[in-house]
Design a protein. Structure first.
Lengths: 372, 212
């Protein structure tokens, strides 16, 4: 055997021993290849890690150590804690630490990391030089040298570009901002006839409404109208008779089913809408009785009874006379029933009664004459 | 017609094989050019465009976008581009040398090397590269539909469709067969050209087109 061949054999044996060292734990030095992004950016995939046995140099917190968890699976991570005979490691790029391992499981400590782009070309050149006379290009055109050189060049190129692809930045995806919109809120108009749906839009706008309906336990009704305002607001008309049905059923919500056209797609929304009805108000202004219907439907069977009271002194006796007048009225939605008390009277009692749902409401008040 | 020497006559007889080698090398090169240049995938929907091995053009709602994964695979195509140029150059050069009656020993060796590289590494690399490439292309297929507080947003999707020839151009087996055919043909050419075995020294060549 030639001395050069013997040297090659020794180098080959040493290399094999170094690569097997993490599993064996005995050789003083080990070589490992990084295969993932867990230690990025300290170690990248393809990096060659040269490490020394811990029986030789020991290790402490902060060191990058190597331990094997199974056949053909070793971990190259940083020590974050050493306590009670256990070691906790964590990859620099990992969000959480690894499960603890016994201190005896740690076999090697990293001393040097050679990037792939450095060690691979060097290895290729070294191996190529065994076959190709790179130091004498005249010999290139001798038999087999041209073929070998070109072949090695192409293989090296492929290897380097594959390596560059693998050891590039950690894999990530191009993020395309998808159009989106959220429901910012809704508001029912004072007269309950319009519902405004406000949206916060992102990279899109509402261009139209293709269908709109109001869904309630009482039934399904079409919106009386629907229009888009400024691309981010939809105003829809709610049939007012719906409120009466809901009010009588004791329900204070309904649903809006809306299909809106976007400039970049379609929106299908189904929104629960809660509403609060304001109770009709009865008040007296001067000698006028006011019954304000604040409901979106007629207030029917409003019964008003006025008792006019007059008193006169006959001698020392105060004689009181009274007369009653009764009215029945229906107050239209959002309108006010006015009853001006006329005639001569000292004062009057007014009794207003109506039904607010299932509740009987009675209001009694005293009205002074206007002429006083 | 004058009687030619036995050596020259033998060389003339084998020229057909050399032509086949040149044509195969050129065909393999052109095939690689097609694989690199022709669009292999059509993207339609919210993303729209064409994706080839060495380039892509994709728009998102009409605006051109860059796709990181495709950028990386495009850079990775560089050695294949080089190899393609090499094969086209070698094949065409051999054919020209044959047509013009020049010495074509080196051209034959270049074709042989091309076949060897193609058979041993290019097919493997192309297989690996195809995997990365198709993986990158698959990221272009997605749906933008999602649900927010506003409701269900139907915004469309992006779909990827391959062309009828994509499977043929991306198949490493086809590349391997072509490379092996080139390799076998060029090996045969060299063996026939040199008589037996490899030439020992360049100065032993007996004239144009002969290395013996």
């Amino acid at each position: 055997m030639y001395p050069r061949d013997l040297l090659l054999l020794v180098v080959a044996v040493l290399l094999v021993a170094a690569f097997l060292a993490p599993y064996l734990g005995l050789p003083p030095f080990a070589l490992s290849l990084v295969a993932g992004y867990s230690m990025y950016p300290s170690l990248k995939p393809g990096d060659l890690v040269l490490s020394t046995a811990v029986w030789l140099t020991g290790f402490s917190k902060g060191d990058v150590v190597i331990y094997c968890t199974g056949l053909f699976h070793c971990v190259v991570h940083r020590v974050v804690e050493v306590a009670g005979g256990a070691v906790v490691t964590k990859g620099d790029f990992n969000p959480a630490p690894d499960p603890p391992v016994p201190e005896t499981a740690v076999k090697y400590r990293e001393v040097l990391a050679i990037p792939l782009v450095v060690w691979l070309p060097l290895a290729v050149i070294l191996v190529t030089s065994l076959f190709v006379p790179l130091w004498d290009l005249r010999r290139l055109f001798q038999p087999l040298h041209l073929e070998t050189t070109l072949f090695v060049l192409f293989v090296t190129l492929y290897a380097v570009f594959t390596a560059l692809y693998v050891v590039g930045q950690p894999p990530y995806r191009t993020v395309l901002q998808a159009p989106s919109l959220e429901l910012a809120g809704y508001e029912i108009s004072g007269d309950y006839t319009a519902l405004t749906l406000d949206y916060s839009t992102f990279n899109t706008s509402i261009v139209g409404v293709s269908s709109c309906s109001v869904v309630s336990p009482a039934g399904l009704y079409s919106c009386t109208y629907a229009r888009v305002v400024n691309g981010s607001r939809v105003v829809i008309g709610v049939p007012t008779f719906l409120y009466k049905e809901l009010f009588q059923a004791g329900v204070n919500y309904f649903y809006v089913n809306l299909t809106a056209k976007l400039d970049r797609g379609l929106l299908i929304g189904y929104y629960p809408i809660h509403f609060t009805l304001r109770k009709p108000a009865v008040k007296v202004e001067g000698c006028t009785l006011l019954v304000e219907n604040t409901l979106p439907f007629p207030l029917e069977n409003v019964s008003v009874r006025v008792t006019y009271v007059n008193s006169t002194w006959v001698g020392l006796v105060n004689v009181v006379h009274s007369r009653d007048e009764s009215f029945n009225a229906t107050v239209e939605p959002m309108e006010t029933y006015r009853l001006e008390l006329q005639g001569v009277f000292d004062y009057a009692y007014v009794r207003v009664s109506y039904y607010y749902g299932n509740e009987s409401v009675v209001w009694v008040g005293r009205v002074e004459p206007c002429s006083r | 017609m004058g009687e030619s020497s036995p050596v020259v006559g033998e060389g003339e007889r084998y020229k057909k094989v050399h032509y086949v080698t040149g044509l195969l090398t050129l065909f393999y090169g052109v095939y690689m050019v097609l694989a690199l240049v022709l669009p292999l995938y059509r993207v339609y929907g919210v993303l729209d465009g064409l994706v080839a091995f060495s380039y892509y053009r994709v728009t998102y709602y009409g605006a051109p976008v860059t796709v990181d994964e495709l950028d990386r695979t495009s850079y990775m195509a560089a050695p294949l581009v080089l190899f393609t140029v090499y094969m086209v150059f070698s094949g065409a050069n051999l054919l020209l040398a044959l047509l013009e009656g020049e010495d074509y020993t080196v051209q034959l060796r270049l074709c042989f090397t091309g076949g060897l590289v193609g058979a041993v590494s290019s097919a493997v690399f192309l297989g690996l590269y195809s995997y990365f490439f198709t993986r990158a292309v698959s990221t272009l297929s997605f749906s933008l539909d999602h649900v927010t507080s506003a409701g269900r947003l139907i915004l469309g999707s992006s779909n990827v469709q391959q062309f009828p020839y994509t499977g043929l151009l991306l198949n490493p087996l086809v590349h391997l067969v072509l490379a092996l055919a080139t390799l076998l043909s060029s090996t045969l050419s060299i063996l026939l050209h040199t008589g037996r075995g490899w030439p020992t020294k360049p100065h032993e060549a007996e004239g144009p087109g002969h290395a013996r």
